[in-house]
Design a protein around this ligand. Structure first.
Ligand code: GLY
Ligand code: MN
Ligand code: MN
Length: 468
């Protein structure tokens, strides 16, 4: 992988320095962080390798079988695979511990085979050991082995760490606010994904122009997305692409399958690439043949208005959930206006929100943190604030911490939707329509920057693009 702006040695060194300072402020100690394991698919055939997001954030190093040790003074030690002429013929280049300090900016490096010895040496006399809880299988057992070895030396006057702390919340808090290097990579990722959506829309339009009666399989649209991701250098999709023809759009986690999209139907595509370790997450809903039907357009306009309302409150100082409730309000009003909900049964918009009747057609949240992971790390609640009474997603009044306040540098998705399954009392012209519109928003000093808008959301612009 390129060591680009998001994982340059200088940026990684700065992150390690900040993490060390955070540990020092809480009693100090040594952080122990492995990267992700390689995963066997079958036989001698592995799944494509993907590093651990935390590990790469601190090291910029994407080889497997690597560990980072970091003490509270900021001294960093990398353990990595040694150079091996034979293995490099089969598997490719290895950096090796000799070159690692100069290339990555770590303070020292050793062969990964020396991990137990190096870790035990570093932990001798350390106040505490910091490791991410619940992230890496087997990590606790490995660290326990080191602590047991140290206790075995206590008669020599060697002290072992007296406590263990979870490293994950410190890293999650740091990763929640992106630096300029990360934002530059995320903008590029979002632009590539937007281009892939444009490509899929154009592909569908060309297909239905040439053969209006022929179906277009979802997998063929997925292939267009993947082609566009890869040809612009993205390493992989950030998650399994959702390409949902017609009624499949009402299945929230639908994967691209072999259903054929037909003229007159909507297609929902939720797909984003991962570029240099950063995700994008974009959804568009478009008419297969480039023309919204009146019923599709009516619901589309409601979702778009909900997204606009959510975007308007996606700004510094607002709380994460403000966008959700802004979207819910517009969607609930839209459900009443369109007749999805019957006013004489459910009451006015306040009653629809209070009773959560809107959940019949909108049952998910409106946004999540985005970063190295598509559902990125970062606490969603303001844990340092007292609980307040609020409405949960099911309409119940609960006492819980408020959602946290947005700050510049956070990145969040804005993704309202409407999903109409056939049901008694629901106007038939809306049956099987599923719509979601999702963009990626960087919180700025004054509001937010939508980084995925190189694909249109305005229905007239979508129609124009597909006609062109
Ligand atoms: N693509 C997953 C999500 O939108 O949350
Ligand atoms: Mn999303
Ligand atoms: Mn998505």
């Amino acid at each position: 992988m390129r060591r680009d702006e998001a994982a340059s040695p200088a940026r990684c060194a700065e992150r390690r320095r900040r993490l060390a300072a955070a540990m020092a402020a809480q009693g100090g100690g040594i952080a122990v962080l492995p990267t992700a394991p390689e995963r066997q698919r079958n036989g001698d055939n592995d799944h494509p390798y993907r590093h651990c997001s935390h590990f790469h954030y601190l090291s910029g190093f994407d080889e497997p079988q690597a560990w980072l040790l970091l003490d509270d003074s900021g001294h960093s030690t990398l353990l990595c695979r040694e150079k091996n002429a034979e293995r490099e013929i089969w598997d490719g280049h290895r950096l090796g511990p000799e070159a690692a300090p100069a290339v990555l900016g770590v303070d020292e490096a050793h062969a990964v085979e020396a991990l137990d010895r190096v870790a035990i040496d570093k932990l001798a006399g350390a106040a505490a050991v910091w490791l991410p809880f619940g992230v890496h299988d087997g990590l606790v057992a490995r660290v326990d082995g080191w602590l047991a070895a140290l206790r075995g030396r206590s008669h020599l006057g060697i002290r072992s760490p007296q406590s263990q702390h979870d490293l994950a919340p410190l890293l999650a808090e740091m990763r929640l606010v992106k630096d300029e290097g990360e934002l530059a990579t995320m903008r590029r990722a979002a632009r590539i994904s937007a281009g892939a959506h444009v490509r899929a829309m154009r592909f569908a339009a060309a297909h239905f122009r040439a053969a209006p009666q022929a179906g277009l399989p979802e997998y063929a649209l997925e292939a267009e997305l993947l082609h566009e991701f890869r040809r612009h250098g993205a390493q992989s999709p950030a998650y399994g692409a959702i390409v949902a023809a017609g009624r499949n759009a009402c299945v929230l986690h639908y994967a691209a399958g072999d259903t054929e999209l037909r003229a007159g139907e909507l297609c929902l595509i939720d797909a984003g690439c991962e570029l240099d370790g950063y995700a994008s997450d974009v959804t568009r809903s478009f008419p297969a043949d480039g023309r919204f039907t009146p019923a599709q357009r009516e619901l589309y306009d409601i979702v778009l208005e909900a997204q606009q309302a959510a975007i308007a409150v996606t700004r510094p100082g607002a709380r994460k959930q403000d966008a959700h409730w802004a979207a819910v309000r517009v969607l609930a009003q839209g459900m009443l206006d369109a007749g999805l909900l019957e006013r004489n049964k459910v009451g006015d918009v306040e009653a629809v929100i209070e009773s959560a009747a809107y959940r019949a057609f909108y049952m998910h949240g409106t946004g999540h943190w985005l970063g190295r992971d598509v559902h990125d790390v970062g606490e969603v609640l303001a844990l340092d604030e007292p609980p307040v009474e609020q409405r949960d997603g099911y309409g119940a009044r609960v006492l819980k911490k408020p959602s946290r306040v947005l700050r510049p540098g956070m990145v969040i998705t804005v993704e309202p939707g409407l999903y109409v399954r056939p049901a008694e009392g629901v106007p038939e012209r809306f049956w099987n329509i599923g719509i979601r519109i999702e963009d990626d928003a960087v919180i700025t000093a004054t509001g937010c920057e939508l980084i995925s808008r190189d694909v249109p959301v305005d229905p007239r612009e979508i129609e124009r693009l597909m006609r062109g």
